[in-house]
Design a protein around this ligand. Structure first.
Ligand code: FES
Ligand SMILES: [Fe+2]
Length: 331
């Protein structure tokens, strides 16, 4: 069986910042154990293929982009953005229509590169992003880092309100430190794209909100009067032990690019406050809801966990069969 994107199939996910895809060069990413190569075609549209040559299975991402196609580094076969082989050196008589790689749906949106985690299938939907990321006059900037943990632990951490005054006592949790002996009530509101959550402490609504954009985006609204400041984290599964954290911020003030580094540093500082603690979680993948002890304020993470086990944990995509019923690509 050629199972691809195991545990994370048939969802849209950002996989990289658009700035990481350099002109004329392929970009290799790994998503839920499956290698994917991204490149731009002649029209400058981002394309993605499973990162395996249909000839001898080598990584296409080691090759070059030529005329909007990816050229395999081994024998120079060229594949276009649909996965179709369009040139086979030394073999002008090759039956090209029998030679295909595996395409993966790809998009470029909000300064990020996205794939739909299915091989050889059309995506039934489009990626979902917060409207602030598309608003004129809003500066969006970001970087990616790697956490050594399963993406579900990273994602639950992103949705976790009660940890803020403990892990982030000097940053985003500062105002909550003195309130930690109070009662927190968390409100979860279902949305078509995921869930909107906010809190009250001792019955008083707190400003700010934290959203889950299913399955792996966190959107945090940081309340500043008359200003927009939002933090976004996408937890991209690399494999069972690693998660690519795409950290971005959107702001409508200090919008000159020279301020990007300042905002990235503050985002990185907050992420680093969590990193070692989350990486120490055992087991690496979140267990089923009843397998760890939980309390009322764990409702948000438990809701995420429940949906994960219902929709993603056992999911996979199968590489389409080749012309003679063989599977041409190994994940
Ligand atoms: S392995 Fe790719 S062309 Fe031979
Ligand atoms: Fe945190």
């Amino acid at each position: 069986m050629n199972a691809l994107f195991e545990g994370f199939a048939r969802v849209w996910t950002a996989v990289a910042l658009a700035s990481e895809l350099k002109p004329g060069a392929p970009l290799a990413v790994q998503v839920a154990g499956t290698g994917v190569v991204l490149f731009r075609d002649k029209a400058n549209t981002v394309r993605a293929l499973v990162d395996r040559c249909p000839h001898r299975g080598v990584a296409l991402s080691l090759g070059k982009v030529r005329d909007g196609c990816i050229e395999c580094p081994f024998h120079g076969w060229r594949l276009d953005g649909t996965g179709q082989v369009c040139h086979v050196p030394w073999n002008p008589d090759a039956k090209l229509d029998t030679l295909q790689g595996v395409a993966v749906p790809a998009r470029e949106l909000a300064g990020q590169l996205w794939i739909y985690t299915a091989a050889g299938e059309e995506a039934p939907t489009e990626p979902s992003v917060h409207e602030a990321l598309l608003r004129p006059g809003v500066r969006v900037s970001g970087r990616a880092i790697v956490w050594n943990t399963h993406w579900t632990r990273a994602m639950e951490n992103m949705l976790d309100w009660p940890h803020l005054p403990f892990v982030h006592a000097n940053t985003i949790g500062k105002n909550m430190v003195r309130q930690a002996s109070s009662r927190m009530d968390i409100t979860w509101e279902d949305r078509p794209w995921g869930a909107h959550t906010h809190i009250a402490i001792d019955g008083k609504a707190e400003p700010g909100s934290l959203d889950l954009r299913w399955p792996n985006q966190m959107n945090l609204h940081i309340p500043i009067p008359n200003k927009l400041l939002m933090m976004f984290v996408t937890c991209v599964p690399v494999d069972a032990q690693r998660t690519r954290m795409i950290l971005t911020m959107a702001r409508d003030f200090l919008t000159l690019p020279l301020f990007d580094l300042f905002f990235h540093r503050s985002n990185l500082r907050i992420a680093n406050e969590d990193k070692a603690i989350v990486e120490s979680s055992w087991p690496a993948e979140v267990p089923r809801p009843g397998d760890e002890r939980s309390v009322r304020t764990d409702a948000v993470t438990l809701a995420f966990r429940k949906r994960y086990f219902a929709e993603l944990h056992c999911s996979s995509s199968e590489a389409p069969a080749g012309p003679k019923g063989r599977l041409p690509v190994l994940g």
